[in-house]
Design a protein around this ligand. Structure first.
Ligand code: GDG
Length: 485
């Protein structure tokens, strides 16, 4: 039997992502309430969903065990996918976050590979595909997101050859020499090639993917178009692999800076820190790709050299808790917290930190206040798909003040050329860039910030989503519906 919906049913646009755009909150009476999680993808999709009659989102609700029944939220149909505790360990924490994540981020830590993790990855991807395939309307669009779901495009295509399938990779795609280490590399490539359009953050990611397809599968590649040979009597298909740099809801971020409450929080923050002359800020998930250790090392040396006076300049490091059950993240947390402790022990004036370390989440308004208070923001990722923090800082500075120090290894460096670009591995270079940023005259700050803002305000996340969907609209002609999954 076909999984194709009856005519008139199904959704025009189906987003498939590891997480649903909502979080469960348990009320005092034990009932569950769903709260929209304010991520960038949610915001981007909200604006796109408003342009279609019927949009749906397929994803995990965030806690192991049975999935809730499908429900409506913000004019979208949500289809929860169940993940058992074992799937969370093997598919999510294992293959996604301990195999693929380090491998795709240039093996900053060693990828771990277990065959049982792969089995769970395949089975879980199938569960997502099975949930998504029947809910797309005839000839509709399915948009799959990120490295956790790379097999889903092919799985959906075999059930629903009538739909258009897009895939967007939020993280880097590694050079073929590194990608080749993955024992299941060809299966991953074939999974992705079930799409009509495969999107990447930077041009180098798209080129790495094209090179892997050519070298490992031997498929013909011309420019950004791959010809996937047909199996049996099926005709060959074309797949486009292109760059779509993601962005933020720039207007919404910028608008927050005008709210009296946010302005007051900014002033309060400075007061709480003892009105320092300068504030240097880092905001990251606590992840080894973000270069937090390199940043702290540079800061420690600047304090030690006497180049930075801790009674005048304070660093704030927000390190949002992340993947706390994965071994490499536990280790990273210990190292970061040891270093912060040492820095404060050695340099903090009594009653004030040298590094104000925050291991928790803040609401969007507090985040904006932090950006507004920061004279310098340090984005020192060793490898990062895009890095939205860099763009959020720029959108938070309509006053044209502040300096962005940005790693050339973050995707954002391709667009934000007016930032102070650094190689975070070069600690001396990082130190001198930080000092330059701290000493930058106001006219130079304004000039750079004006140029950065032109980029970020003109290329927002809504434009990103529209350009991806437009490309998908033009992609290969969908065919008739075929066999079930
Ligand atoms: C992946 C890719 C790519 C952080 N702490 C808090 C908080 N955040 C927000 C930031 C920003 C987001 O989380 C983090 O986005 P990034 O882009 O910096 O990094 P990843 O989480 O690694 O995201 C990345 C992205 O996907 C999109 O494609 O850019 O390269 O790795 O928005 O502001 N937000 C709030 N409180 C916090 O404490 N409210």
């Amino acid at each position: 039997p076909s999984t194709e919906p009856q005519s008139g049913s199904g959704h025009e646009l189906v987003v498939v992502a590891n997480r649903l755009p909502v979080d469960a909150r348990t009320l005092p009476d034990g009932a569950t309430e769903w709260v929209t999680s304010p991520g960038g993808l949610v915001t981007a999709m909200e604006s796109v969903m408003r342009t279609v009659d019927s949009g749906a989102w397929v994803g995990w609700a965030g806690s192991p065990g049975e999935a809730p029944e499908p429900f409506e939220a913000d004019g979208m149909a949500l289809y929860p996918v169940a993940l058992e505790k074992d799937d969370v360990e093997k598919y999510y924490e294992g293959f996604s976050n301990a195999t693929l994540w380090p491998l795709y981020h240039d093996v900053i830590v060693d990828p771990v590979f277990h065959r049982t993790w792969w089995d769970s990855y395949v089975a879980t991807n199938r569960r997502f595909a099975k949930a998504a395939a029947p809910v797309a309307s005839r000839g509709g669009v399915v948009w799959v997101h990120d490295y956790q779901l790379q097999l889903v495009p092919e799985m959906i295509r075999s059930a629903r050859p009538d739909v258009r399938i897009g895939f967007f990779n939020h993280i880097p795609f590694p050079p073929v020499e590194l990608f080749s280490q993955l024992p299941k590399r060809n299966q991953i490539l074939r999974g992705l090639l079930g799409s009509d359009v495969v999107g990447f953050q930077r041009e180098s990611d798209a080129l790495n993917f094209l090179a892997s397809v050519r070298k490992l599968l031997g498929y013909q590649v011309e420019g950004h178009v791959i010809t996937v040979p047909g199996i049996g009597s099926a005709p060959a298909r074309e797949v486009v692999a292109k760059t779509f740099p993601i962005s933020i809801d720039s207007k919404a971020v910028s608008a927050l800076t005008e709210e009296p409450d946010v302005i007051e929080r900014t002033a309060q923050l400075r007061r709480d820190l003892g009105n320092p002359k300068k504030i240097v800020l880092g905001v990251d998930r606590l992840d080894y790709t973000k270069g937090i250790r390199h940043r702290l090392k540079a800061w420690q040396e600047l304090l030690n050299d006497g180049s930075v006076d801790p009674s005048e300049t304070v660093m704030i490091q927000v390190a949002t808790p992340s993947r706390e059950r994965v071994e490499a993240y536990k280790q990273l947390r210990d190292e970061v917290e040891l270093t912060v402790g040492r820095i404060n022990g050695d340099f903090a004036p009594i009653g004030r930190p040298a590094v104000s370390y925050q291991h928790r989440s803040f609401d969007r308004r507090d985040m904006t206040a932090l950006f507004m208070a920061a004279d310098v923001v340090l984005v020192t990722a060793l490898r990062d798909g895009m890095n939205l923090v860099a763009k959020e800082y720029v959108a938070s500075r309509p006053d044209l003040r502040g300096v962005l120090v940005l790693s050339e290894f973050a995707g954002a460096a391709d667009e934000l050329r007016a930032a102070v670009l650094v190689n975070p591995h070069d600690i001396d270079g990082l130190k001198s860039a930080t000092l330059r940023a701290l000493a930058m005259p106001e006219e130079d700050q304004e000039e750079a910030m004006r140029s950065l803002r032109r980029q970020v305000m003109d290329h927002d996340v809504q434009a990103w989503a529209h350009s991806f969907l437009e490309e998908l609209e033009q992609a290969g002609q969908p065919q008739d519906s075929g066999p079930a999954l």
